[in-house]
Design a protein around this ligand. Structure first.
Ligand code: MN
Length: 231
């Protein structure tokens, strides 16, 4: 097939232990999926979580062996981190039951749902969509994908973000309000999931802005640590 204009490259993430890549399709994000974060965002912690999306090409691949340089975006004075466990879908489907949902998971990665919080807050106040606050270029720094067969289930592994050597977010992924199976079942009722879809599963309490020069250390037990400097 020939295209009349150049096709953009397929977004992809490296896979741990191989030279092959994981092709990225859509990025689904869960909002308010840890009670303590829901409360810090002004909710009660009892509302059900909800979803929004980032485009697949918002991905900003981060390697383990070098500090990444994440560009500070335009149009914001309040650029905030949200550290999240990322689920990589390997087998698509619609109306997937909870009981078989984990069969659709290919792997896991460490990710950041970077947010222009001032634009998101303005959108909330004006009852407008969140895209300018959430779905901008480089808004999804994500590390290499670990095959689920190698790392096992999400379990109760710890999730920790440090900024300039100070702990800012710390929790365990068993504190998710909706667990991974429930998220896959729910999402697949609204959208057909495809191989290559990512799910950013939500962030614990402690979100705050970063500025140019700040160094973020993003760790999930069993998946290692990503080092990212805002530039
Ligand atoms: Mn988030």
């Amino acid at each position: 097939m020939s295209f009349v204009i150049p096709a953009v490259p397929q977004p992809a993430l490296p896979v741990v232990g191989t030279d092959a890549q994981f092709p990225v399709n859509r990025i689904y994000c869960v909002g308010r999926n840890y009670v303590d974060h829901a409360i810090e965002m002004g909710a009660t912690g009892r509302e059900p979580p909800f979803f929004f999306m980032k485009p697949g090409d918002a991905i900003f691949p981060v390697a383990y062996d070098a500090e990444a340089q994440l560009p500070y975006p335009d149009k914001t004075e309040d650029f905030q981190y949200e550290l999240e466990l990322v689920v990589a879908i390997g087998k698509g489907g619609a109306n997937i039951p909870v009981a078989s949902a984990l069969d659709h998971v290919w792997g896991y990665a460490i990710g950041l749902d970077m947010t222009r919080r001032d634009l998101q807050s303005e959108a909330k106040n004006l009852r407008r969509p969140w895209d300018t606050g959430k779905a901008f270029d480089h808004s999804a720094p994500v590390g290499p994908v670990h095959p689920a067969a190698d790392v096992g289930p999400a379990g109760n592994r710890s999730i920790t973000l440090r900024v300039n050597n100070e702990t800012r977010q710390h929790s365990t992924v068993d504190k998710l309000i909706w667990n991974i199976e429930e998220m896959i079942a729910y999402l697949s009722g609204y959208f057909t999931l495809y191989p290559g879809d990512l799910i950013m599963t939500g962030t614990p309490a402690g979100v705050a802005p970063v500025v140019r020069g700040d160094r973020m250390e993003c760790s999930i037990e069993g998946l290692g640590t990503l080092n990212i400097q805002v530039v």
